[in-house]
Write a protein that binds this ligand. Structure first.
Ligand SMILES: Cc1ncc(COP(=O)(O)O)c(C=O)c1O
Length: 421
């Protein structure tokens, strides 16, 4: 079979493909694996019970059922859902938005694929063509961006500053000195809280990034898959942020609904309109189940209540348990943990690790534990930097006995690697 350049990109596989393969194997075929790899949300009984009740209630209503299952809704997403969400964001955050600023996609991953390629890549200008890029001002950054470019080299990034907070804790910060915005920079993008590190880019950093975006007449994209205002997996400080130069990407996945594949973009009307056209071409319309399922809970405020009462505390408790376990089991090793300020992961750094993060991943996998090797999380960074090979990401969404067994295995393998050197 002959593939186009576009086809070759998918044929070759990538970090995110490996990750989702691992996830499928672990969750469906080999449930005995200690799965601390992918970003599947944990199972929260109160939240599952809430959605079950909603689903049963609605399924008994023939009008709801027909409208949800039997109708192609607008490619921008069903209007009353967009109205409810616009009202929520206006009432709780004071943002000046209406339903025209909101669109739905089949998962936020699909939104990023369309958005990045609509803004960056080969672009015709008055003076010819140029290759425009998305600037990621803070890496490590989400593995899922890496291969979204229809063209190669869609991203540019540079080293972050590393701020040591205490003996075993550190935090990445945007190094504004080395940030290079050029005429070819199409947009700035950050995930907040950041996957993989759990970093909460500070309000001050965001204000500065917003200033740079405005000065260069490019949008600031904030990926809020774990963030504000929902699912609100934020344990550190940080306020929600939006203005008419911001594209905020939200998702229902980390509320516990990854299966409904609902992403939401909140942005300036012209971008939402262009993205809706792209959505029509690629998807015709979006899945209705996600928006229909949460529409009432958005309108009556129950969704934010679920986040605050159950979802955030669930992850915060698990994060603390995992962190305590790491501090205990790795105490004799030169480990560092990124300050966990949000999301559902811990980012571990082993300075001067004698093996690569890929080798560590393979050794752990052979022992029945899945993590994600850190080098995948540096999209757009071509420069050699040993740090890229010294980190791994672990998820703590699984039951604690699994996390504890995983941390013990990790300590063994890392100790062995340092001793072999
Ligand atoms: C930072 C970030 N953005 C976007 C996504 C995509 O999520 P979804 O397509 O399920 O909305 C993920 C998924 O894990 C993520 O971690």
């Amino acid at each position: 079979m002959k593939y186009s350049d576009f086809g070759q990109r998918f044929k070759a596989g990538s970090g995110i493909v490996e990750l989702m393969d691992d996830l499928g194997t672990a969750l469906n075929e080999n449930p005995d694996l200690i799965f601390m790899g992918g970003g599947n949300p944990g199972q929260i009984p109160e939240v599952e019970a809430f959605f079950q009740k909603e689903l049963i209630k609605h399924a008994e209503n023939p009008e709801w059922l027909h409208s949800c299952l039997g109708v192609y809704q607008s490619p921008q997403g069903e209007k009353s859902f967009r109205e409810s969400l616009a009202k929520l964001l206006k009432d709780t955050q004071g943002w000046d938005i209406g339903p025209e600023n909101i669109m739905i996609t089949n998962g936020s991953q699909a939104a990023f694929f369309m958005l990045f390629n609509m803004l960056a890549g080969k672009t015709t200008t008055e003076s010819g063509t140029e290759d425009r890029h998305i600037l990621l001002p803070l890496v490590p950054e989400y593995i899922g961006y890496t291969d979204t470019g229809v063209e190669q080299n869609l991203f540019k990034s540079s080293r972050p500053a590393i701020h040591q907070l205490s003996d075993h804790r550190f935090k990445y910060q945007v190094d504004f000195e080395s940030l290079e915005i050029t005429e070819q920079t199409a947009a700035i993008c950050v995930s907040r809280p950041t996957n993989p590190t759990g970093n909460m880019i500070t309000d001050e950093e965001l204000v500065q990034l917003n200033r740079l975006a405005l000065d260069h007449d490019i949008p600031l994209i904030i990926d809020g898959a774990y963030g504000l205002p929902f699912p609100n997996l934020v344990f550190g400080k940080g306020q929600p942020f939006w203005n008419n130069n911001t594209i905020l990407a939200l998702s229902l996945s980390k509320l516990g609904l990854p299966g409904v594949r609902t992403g939401i973009l909140v942005g300036p009307e012209d971008i939402i309109s262009s993205m809706t056209h792209a959505n029509t071409v690629t998807s015709l319309a979006c899945g209705n189940i996600g928006p229909f399922l949460v529409r009432d809970a958005i309108a009556d405020g129950k969704l934010l209540g679920l986040c605050n009462q159950f979802i955030k505390p669930f992850y915060q408790t698990k994060m603390q348990e995992a962190l305590d376990c790491i501090d205990e089991e790795l105490a004799d090793l030169p480990y560092q943990v990124h300050e966990p300020e949000g999301a559902i992961f811990l980012w571990l750094w082993f300075p001067n690790l004698p093996i690569t993060s890929e080798e560590l991943y393979q050794r752990l996998k052979a022992k029945g534990m899945l993590v994600v090797a850190g080098h995948h999380f540096f999209p757009g960074m071509e420069e050699e930097w040993g740090h890229k090979q010294e980190c791994i990401r672990v998820s703590y969404a699984q039951p604690f006995d699994k996390v504890e067994a995983g941390v013990k295995l990790l300590a063994q393998e890392v100790r062995k690697a340092y001793e072999e050197a």
